[in-house]
Write a protein that binds this ligand. Structure first.
Ligand code: SF4
Length: 166
């Protein structure tokens, strides 16, 4: 599923479609020469251990990636509402609450569309361009908010989910 859902620019494959080098159900046709990005990649299913069976990517149609400051659930565009079904939705929401307490983001990505999971609600940012970054933080009224900003936005240097959104 990761060879369909994740964007690997080196393969020049369309986002949300199987990589042109993938022999679906069998594996990578260029395994020995696959890009370094593919060699380094490990999804949450592989690295977290003891993950419930319903999160197996081929079954859930969701690939989870944790990069330290962010947890991203990438959804198969062929089943874009799958993550709103149980038990996935309840577990994603619970993870959002825990992650925000640790100053981390939880994102749901469907193709290039991004939904930010805030502790109290979802925030649909629509399409996030390649030169944009998702910023989360506190609004002046003390509520959580999210926005997409240009990658050069100086607020990104402040880091984490504690950046004021004004
Ligand atoms: S190059 Fe191989 S490992 Fe990398 S995305 Fe394509 S099929 Fe998957």
């Amino acid at each position: 599923m990761c060879c369909k859902l994740l964007i690997v620019p080196e393969t020049e494959s369309p986002a949300g479609e199987w990589c042109q080098h993938c022999h679906v159900g069998q594996g990578c046709r260029i395994y020995a020469d696959r890009p370094q990005r593919c060699r380094d990649f490990q999804c949450g299913w592989l690295v977290w251990g003891k993950v419930p069976e319903h999160w197996f990517p081929a079954k859930s149609r969701i690939v989870v990636v944790s990069d330290g400051s962010r947890i991203t659930f990438t959804i198969d565009p062929a089943s874009p509402a799958r993550w709103r079904d149980q038990p996935w939705f309840g577990e994603v929401k619970a993870m959002a609450v825990m992650a925000f307490a640790e100053q981390r983001q939880v994102l749901v990505r469907i193709g290039r569309k991004v939904i930010v999971m805030l502790p109290d609600r979802d925030c649909d940012l629509g399409v996030v361009a390649d030169d944009e970054v998702v910023l989360t933080g506190l609004r002046p009224d003390g509520s959580w908010g999210a926005a997409k900003v240009h990658q050069d936005d100086p607020r990104l240097a402040l880091g984490g989910a504690s950046v004021p959104l004004v």
